[in-house]
Design a protein around this ligand. Structure first.
Ligand code: NAD
Ligand code: ZN
Ligand code: ZN
Length: 353
């Protein structure tokens, strides 16, 4: 029997850039021919959602906007052309809600670079609602044995850091510095790095994040950027031979580390930029960059294959990252804590509350 779908639902909506976010009832949409309608059970809150509210980036959002792009739920309706997914399947609605599948980038499985990409919770309504639309070709398939609250943060944070670690080229036994280690992406980055055989140096601030990184997430050292007298020296000293980490994964929401990483990365090392602080610029000294032969790269979410691989790591039980569940109605509280840098790990919203 097909599930019954209400005509109205609870959602968190902004009407203008800058907010506030409003918890209110809106209509449930019907899926188009190549789309599915997903009953979102849980959605993680990514710092990207806060950038969207604050209008931090040189790319406009749709308005009014339902944010959210770490949505885990159950398919309740599908269009006639929606292939490879059935009603009742557990799926994830990711940042990449859809892409054209025909352009030069889509043909090479670089669909995040598609000029026609649809972005959940940014250019199309996202997962801070009970029923969300996504292109069938792009939903992530979630094995039914994985709890939907647990997998939600993997759907953006996990996929993104897993892809970034692959892009870094770091090999088992080598060391990566995770900058912004106590946040949502950073916490998962340490777990994926460990599962991939890498050693981690965590960089963030405060005792709660220090404890989390060293005792739960598997980092071998922690550098507090707020109290360190010399972050560059401290990061290098944390590597066995003092020459610095083989790779740096930048997931901090602050410009400074984007202007510091090239100084402490190891010769031949790679700096991976993932965090997107407002109005920020990268900086690197030309002399050291040349004579150290360093690589600086951007990394942006992941494709469908990266997504499936990141979920499979989770299914195997090798990824454990802290999260707290609160009701969808509590989104503003989560944004306030995020703005203050007070979240260790991730908040996940239960759409039924
Ligand atoms: P978060 O708020 O959970 O975590 C950010 C962390 O950075 C916090 O723990 C904070 O204490 C730390 N931090 C701040 N200043 C720092 C500094 N100077 N040095 C070290 N750490 C510092 O955010 P999140 O959800 O993990 O997202 C992180 C960033 O990644 C955001 O800008 C988000 O938009 C971006 N993002 C990018 C992609 C992509 O595809 N490139 C995907 C998802 C998120
Ligand atoms: Zn995200
Ligand atoms: Zn395309």
């Amino acid at each position: 029997m097909a599930p019954s779908i209400p005509t109205e639902q609870w959602a968190q909506v902004i009407d203008k850039t800058g907010g506030p976010v409003q918890y209110r009832k809106i209509a449930v949409q019907q899926p188009g021919p190549d789309e599915v309608l997903v009953n979102i059970k849980f959605s993680g809150v990514c710092h990207t959602d806060l950038h969207a509210v604050n209008g931090d980036w040189p790319l406009d959002t749709k308005l009014p906007l339902v944010g959210g792009h770490e949505g885990a739920g159950v398919v309740v309706a599908k269009g006639d052309l929606a292939k490879g997914v059935e009603i009742g399947d557990h799926v994830g609605v990711k940042w990449l809600n859809g892409s054209c599948l025909a352009c030069d980038f889509c043909q090479q499985s670089d669909e995040p670079l598609c000029p026609h990409a649809l972005l959940s919770g940014y250019t199309v309504d996202g997962t801070f609602q009970e029923y969300c639309i996504a292109k069938a070709a792009h939903v992530a398939h979630i094995p039914k044995e994985i709890p939907l609250d647990e997998i939600a943060p993997v759907l953006c944070a996990g996929i993104t850091v897993y892809k970034g670690l692959k892009e870094s080229g770091a090999k088992p036994g080598q060391t990566v510095a995770i900058v912004g280690a106590g946040g949502g992406l950073g916490a998962l980055a340490q777990q994926y790095a460990k599962a991939m055989g890498l050693r981690c140096i965590a960089i963030d601030t405060g005792d709660a994040k220090r404890k989390l990184c060293l005792e739960q997430l598997g980092s071998e050292s922690f550098i507090d950027f707020a109290t360190s007298k010399n972050v560059v020296k401290d990061v290098q000293a944390a590597t066995a031979d003092g020459l610095g980490p083989h790779a740096v994964i930048l997931v901090a929401v602050n410009e400074k580390p984007f202007q510091q990483a090239a100084e402490y990365v190891r010769p031949r090392g790679t700096v991976i930029c993932i965090g997107l602080p407002a109005g920020a610029y990268l900086k690197a000294p030309v002399f050291e960059s040349v004579i150290k032969m360093i690589t600086i790269k951007g990394s942006y979410v992941g494709n469908r294959k990266d997504s499936a691989e990141a979920i499979e790591f989770y299914r195997r039980g090798v990824i454990k990252s802290p999260f707290q569940v609160v009701g969808l109605s509590q989104l503003q509280m989560v944004y306030d804590k995020m703005q203050a840098g007070e979240i260790a790990g991730r908040y996940v919203l239960d759409t039924s509350k």
